[in-house]
Design a protein around this ligand. Structure first.
Ligand code: SAH
Length: 354
């Protein structure tokens, strides 16, 4: 819930407005998981809240740890649907990659999530819940700001965040609130395959960093591998990037480019990429294709990736190759999938009370 909703609820319970701040800190600074912990709230108010609301985290259906320190959680929500989040520790920061939908509508050909149909949007509680759960698991609530493991958030998990903008926007505003979880908009990146009409709002209303899943330099190829391109072709997408509110050389747009063997990885592709991005304050992430069972592509050869990287580096893009993380647990870019297409009956039935 955001502050406005908490205000309305507390007013309905005849509690004074300053209780909102107290409740907010319990929820988002201390990570309370029960109203009983909120000892400065008064027993009747705690009981009234506990009657009406739950502070549950998403349930962890499975947790996997990669040899490189990456951690992946399969989270099960109250209706049985599931989504994944991934924590990627690095030397100077730790990034949590969160999902915005169960499944996805986009059907990008190289993406594992794209083989799973869209089941539903995640709501703000489920989106923020992924961050609360990660803070629990990383023991991050106890730490001071400068010692936290989770410092950055990327909306790069399952789903297309700009097709679920209202929920994502509410969640991101909660995550950015300076008196709560307080992860600043500079440390949050939203990745989109290119929902052009929503890009401006994302910049104007949230001001987070933008990442664009480009992956091809011609409409002909992009139409085939990122089908949303048929609706919003490359030129329109790049115009929206040029106009992205707040974009400048200090705050660049990231362009993601998955390296697909013999599909989009020639020197000519690299030169065209450089040409297309001219005039846009841009960073480049060349992502070695991460394989998944049944994928119709292979990763470009090391030589092809080096050649490609060399051309874009000479054009001024620094360290463009992204090292895949968590491949061994299918936690890398494009490998997330939560089997939501499986009928419910295929799961073991929950134990019932005799
Ligand atoms: N729908 C949003 C959010 C997903 S972000 C978007 O498309 O941007 C996930 C990123 O991983 C995207 O850049 C996506 O194109 C990329 N990706 C998908 N499958 C991949 C794969 N198999 N290997 C490497 N990157 C992949």
């Amino acid at each position: 819930m955001d502050r406005d909703s908490l205000h309305a609820i507390l007013a309905g319970l005849d509690a004074p407005a300053f209780r909102v701040g107290q409740l907010w800190r319990w929820l988002y600074v201390r990570g309370a998981t029960s109203f009983d912990q909120m000892t400065d709230l008064g027993k009747p108010l705690r009981a009234a809240l506990a009657d009406r609301f739950a502070l549950d985290r998403p349930a962890v259906a499975r947790q996997q740890n990669s040899v490189d320190g990456t951690r992946k959680w399969l989270l099960r929500f109250t209706d049985g649907q599931a989504a994944e989040s991934v924590f990627i520790p690095e030397e100077d920061r730790g990034t949590l990659c969160i999902s915005s939908q169960v499944g996805c509508t986009l059907t990008c050909r190289f993406c594992h999530t794209g083989t799973q149909r869209l089941v539903r949007n995640l709501d703000p509680a489920e989106t923020v819940g992924q961050v609360l759960l990660a803070r629990d698991a990383l023991d991050d609530w106890q730490r001071s700001d400068d010692r936290r493991q989770l410092t950055n958030i990327v909306l790069m998990g399952m789903g297309e965040p700009l097709y679920n903008f209202d929920n994502v926007s509410q969640a991101v505003r909660i995550l950015m609130d300076g008196d709560g979880i307080a992860i600043s908009r500079r440390r949050i990146t939203l990745s989109t395959a290119g929902v052009v009409p929503m890009i401006r709002r994302c910049g104007a209303e949230l001001g987070v960093n933008l990442a664009i899943s480009l992956h091809a330099v011609t409409d002909d190829l992009r139409d085939r591998i990122v089908p949303i391109n048929r609706k919003y072709p490359i030129a329109e997408l790049l115009d929206a990037c040029r106009d992205y509110p707040g974009v400048n050389n200090a705050r660049r747009i990231t362009f993601e480019y998955v390296m697909l063997r013999d599909v989009n990885d020639t020197p000519a592709d690299a030169r065209e990429l450089v040409r297309l991005l001219q005039g846009i304050p841009a960073k480049l992430n060349l992502i070695p294709f991460n394989a998944w069972p049944g994928a119709p592509f292979e990763c470009s050869t090391d030589a092809a990736i080096d050649r490609f990287a060399d051309i874009v580096m000479r054009a001024g893009y620094a360290s463009p190759i992204r090292t895949p993380r968590g491949r061994d647990i299918l936690a890398a870019c494009g490998q997330l999938k939560s089997d939501s297409q499986r009928p419910r009956a295929a799961r073991p039935a929950p134990a019932t009370a005799a």
